[in-house]
Design a protein around this ligand. Sequence first.
Ligand SMILES: C[S@@+](CC[C@H](N)C(=O)[O-])C[C@H]1O[C@@H](n2cnc3c(N)ncnc32)[C@H](O)[C@@H]1O
Length: 417
Amino acid sequence: MPSADGTASRRAALQMLDAVLRNGRTLEAAAQRVRGLSAPDQGLAVAIAGEVLRRLPDLDALIDGATRQRLPDDSKARMVLRMALAQKIGLQTPDHAIVATALPLVDGGPRRLVHGVLGTLLRRWVDPSEAPRLPAAVEERWLDAWGNDVVEAARRQIAQRPPLDLTFASAEAARRYAAENGGVSLAPNHVRLGESGAVPALTGFSEGGWWVQDLAASLPARLIPGAAADVLDLCSAPGGKAMQLSAAGHRVVAVDASDSRLQRLAQNLERTGLSAELIRADMLKWKPTQEFDAILLDAPCSATGTFRRHPEVLYRARPAVIRESAEVQARLLPRAAEWVKPGGTLVYSVCSLEPEEGEAIIADFLAGHPGFQLEPGDLPDFVTSTANGHVRILPGVLADQGGLDGFFAARLVRGSA
Ligand SMILES: C[S@@+](CC[C@H](N)C(=O)[O-])C[C@H]1O[C@@H](n2cnc3c(N)ncnc32)[C@H](O)[C@@H]1O
């Protein structure tokens, strides 16, 4: 049960939102920094902060429409009101509990103002939009890059909790699991469950036959040719793609720069009984001792494609962040390309909806590497390759079945020497 008066979780949500919006942290990192809360209070705080981040521009419009006195964007009063509205919309908290837990947060501050605005908002209540606006800068960017239908689809997606996707080591196990547990299989080795409850409590977790992976994130590894081969998985942790590659029978070498993330990869391999050689290294300094039949580079990126689960990415991924990220990707890809055997395959992927991190990286790479060619791979029917052979998953794909994360992947084949 949350704490008796409910203020501990609200104070924690306030701290989390401050850490996310002011200091650019992820919500998960911000939540880990809040200490001393019971698990239910922690869960409630994350839920409130998450709901604020899903609907922030709409919440601000409601607040601005209820007061003539414009509250500064970063004021505590505005944040407390955003949290109050988010609880009304997303958590169906009763009005009296919303008011009782909001006011103590502005003690010593504009308590009367907050009380007044909140009273107006709750009295005037209208049902919230099913397609709340995204931050203005993101809408402008995506309108330019992808057009209005995609922005509309993204608005609808951010209002909803995404379903839970599981990837299975074997296609047969996925079919059986879907039939026995009421899931839907949208691709080989895949099962979609409606609810994202506690993952360790799901049937089959300890047996290790599956792992959680958005269906879009499973596409890059599906582009690696099937015959058992030596595969280098670069930027590998926590290992969703490494596990797919190992399950497909490849000998996998997995490289990642982060110790803690590699530990998670090791735990994932142990639970699933799959295998890979793990190497902790910065791939800009490290060099393998052999060439590989196939290489998968799942590059670090702005992660804007994951906005359904991590709405804060839309605030963290400012233009400078996207630019820096693209600069790193432009160094990682040519380096990975050096280690592909003649005739071998190089797959590049990012969970980003920014063309600078996807299409533009591949165009620049191909311009400087005439020995490589784009070749579309064999993917599930719902994936349509773009005219130039990339895989681009945008908001709106499989919308009626729960949607997908935004993703980009390109399959490059090195000419035989
Ligand atoms: C998008 S995540 C990878 C997700 C992973 N492929 C999966 O399927 O679970 C990017 C990873 O790149 C790693 N990384 C970033 N820069 C790196 C570098 N220079 N060398 C090696 N790994 C790096 C990060 O530690 C992070 O784990």
